[in-house]
Design a protein around this ligand. Structure first.
Ligand code: NAD
Length: 490
């Protein structure tokens, strides 16, 4: 069945990885993966079905006992070796990522490198997993706690940061002794498949790492409902997360859900406007605004509002050149799909119809080079009504709505009015204000005077309809381990 991944030399012929073998779909069906910069076909992937899902889960279940009982040091050694191979392959992986996703090549390089870093980070834990000795009331007994792998993990990832979000799941799972069936988004499977094959090629036993491809709407249910799956690690839209949570309930399968967000940023009257606007621009326009953690609503104190708006509009116009991600100097690629751009455009149109004013962008860039891709300019709007779609929905694109507030209480109340609770930030020199915001903003993360960058060392995850469960940090590993109690009588 197929060619072992270590012997594969072709680059643009993606397959699935099931039980250590690269395989096509049994049906022979494929899906085209297209370049968002020009609509051209980059490659095809097999369109998996429920039977491949079953084969992958069975392979993962079969491989589990041996992988779980392998010493942590050996699992760590595999992961360190994989990190070195991924690092060496960064240029190749990054190119694939840009071609299928649209992001600038320099940013794809950062993302591919993050996989190697994540492998190293969690490899460091693999040989340090231990439990506790617990004295009990009974004299002739004592208690122990053990940390056991949760089992077979289904990891489902979106298209915006395909590699980072894959690594956030695969790396802690491998370190913990779990086996994995990964389903990437069907518009961005290529860099992920290639990376998984590289990780697998260091000698990780067959069945520990598997991939299946296909639209979530078609193979998602089979994955989520499979009785041999012990955990689902999902990143994607809130609506999809709700469906997964409902289906997972049937087998009481545990879930972690990293869902949508609408991160507020509060800028107080004493803020450093130069730094705050720089962080806002990166927070909103990086990855063409298609990031879960991103500055998605800005709340300005009146005193600094005009200065802030002038500067952020200036940055949007001058500092975010749009173009094909393969071109030198481009900072913002196209949006990922035509549908994604249409969605953001309709959110902007809704705000404008209700009285918002466009300070920068608000349209598609003009010129022949932009005709075939899903491009949009970096966009800033003021006077955005608080009941408009840009305020109440997640804006997953390069468009920033700005609101003006009376004081910190007003800002926090408005920031918290969203159904989401992923990231948040505040800019102030007043520690009392900063502390109040850190305590009261309903979010999994609050940055104070800093750009919204997630750290490996800190747990990351949402509250409210942004989901639950953590990735990153030691807490990211906890999600793949079960604590078991043992009583020993003597
Ligand atoms: P999506 O929910 O459409 O798809 C995500 C993945 O789920 C894809 O692999 C898709 O094929 C699969 N899927 C779709 N329907 C499914 C089903 N019924 N059962 C099982 N799997 C199914 O999300 P998207 O549009 O790819 O990603 C964008 C969203 O992801 C945004 O809302 C963004 O905020 C969110 N996101 C969240 C985080 C986070 O960490 N909180 C990070 C990145 C992106």
């Amino acid at each position: 069945m197929g060619v072992p991944p270590t012997e594969r030399e072709d680059f643009f012929m993606a397959t699935m990885l099931i039980d250590g073998q690269t395989v096509a779909a049994q049906t022979g069906k494929t899906i085209e993966v297209r370049n968002p910069a020009n609509g051209e076909v980059v490659d095809t992937i097999p369109k998996g079905s429920a039977s491949e899902v079953d084969a992958a889960v069975e392979a993962a279940a079969k491989a589990l006992p041996a992988w779980a009982s392998l010493s942590g040091a050996k699992r760590a050694a595999f992961m360190h070796a994989a990190a070195a191979k991924v690092k060496a392959a960064v240029p190749e992986i990054a190119k694939l990522l840009t071609l299928e996703q649209g992001k600038p090549l320099a940013h794809a390089v950062i993302e591919a490198t993050r996989v190697a870093e994540n492998l190293e980070f969690f490899a460091g834990f693999a040989d340090k997993l231990r439990g506790d000795y617990v004295p009990l009331e009974d004299q002739n007994k004592f208690g122990l706690t053990m940390r056991r792998p949760v089992g077979v993990v289904v990891a489902i990832t979106p298209w915006n940061f395909p590699l980072t979000l894959m690594a956030n799941k695969v790396c802690p799972a491998l370190a913990a002794g779990c086996t994995v069936v990964l389903k990437p988004a069907s518009t961005t499977p290529l860099a992920t498949q290639r990376t998984i094959e590289i990780i697998n090629s260091v000698g990780i036993p067959a069945g520990v790492l598997n991939t299946v491809h296909g639209p979530g709407s078609e193979i998602g249910d089979a994955l989520v409902s499979h009785p041999k799956v012990n955990k689902i690690a999902f990143t994607g839209q809130t609506e999809t997360g709700k469906r997964i949570m409902k289906l997972a309930a049937d087998n009481v399968t545990r879930v972690t859900l990293e869902l949508g967000g609408s991160d507020p940023m509060i800028v107080c009257d004493d803020a450093d406007i130069r730094r705050a606007t720089a962080a806002t621009a990166i927070g909103r326009f990086f990855n063409a605004g298609q990031a879960c953690l991103a500055v998605k609503r800005v709340y300005l104190f009146e005193q600094i509002a005009e200065e802030f708006m002038a500067k952020i509009a200036d940055r949007a116009r001058k500092e975010w050149p749009v173009g094909d991600g393969m071109k030198e100097g481009v900072k913002m690629g196209p949006l990922h799909t035509e549908r994604q751009r249409a969605e953001v455009e309709s959110q902007v149109a809704d705000a404008v119809k209700r009285g918002a004013k466009v300070l920068a962008g608000g349209k598609r860039p003009e010129g022949k080079e932009f005709e075939k891709g899903w491009y949009m300019e970096a966009t800033v709007l003021r006077d955005v009504p608080e009941d408009s779609r840009m305020a109440t929905e997640e804006v997953f694109g390069p468009a920033l709505p700005i609101f003006i507030v009376k004081d910190l209480d007003d800002a926090i109340a408005k920031a918290n009015s969203s159904v989401y609770g992923l990231g948040s930030s505040i800019w102030t020199k007043d520690l009392a204000k900063a502390r109040k915001a850190a305590e009261l903003l309903e979010a999994g993360y609050t940055w104070i005077n800093d750009i919204q960058v997630a750290y490996d060392q800190l747990p990351f995850g949402g509250t409210k309809q942004s989901g639950f469960g953590k990735e990153h940090g030691i807490e990211g590993l906890d999600g793949y381990l079960e604590k078991k109690s043992v009583v020993l009588a003597y």
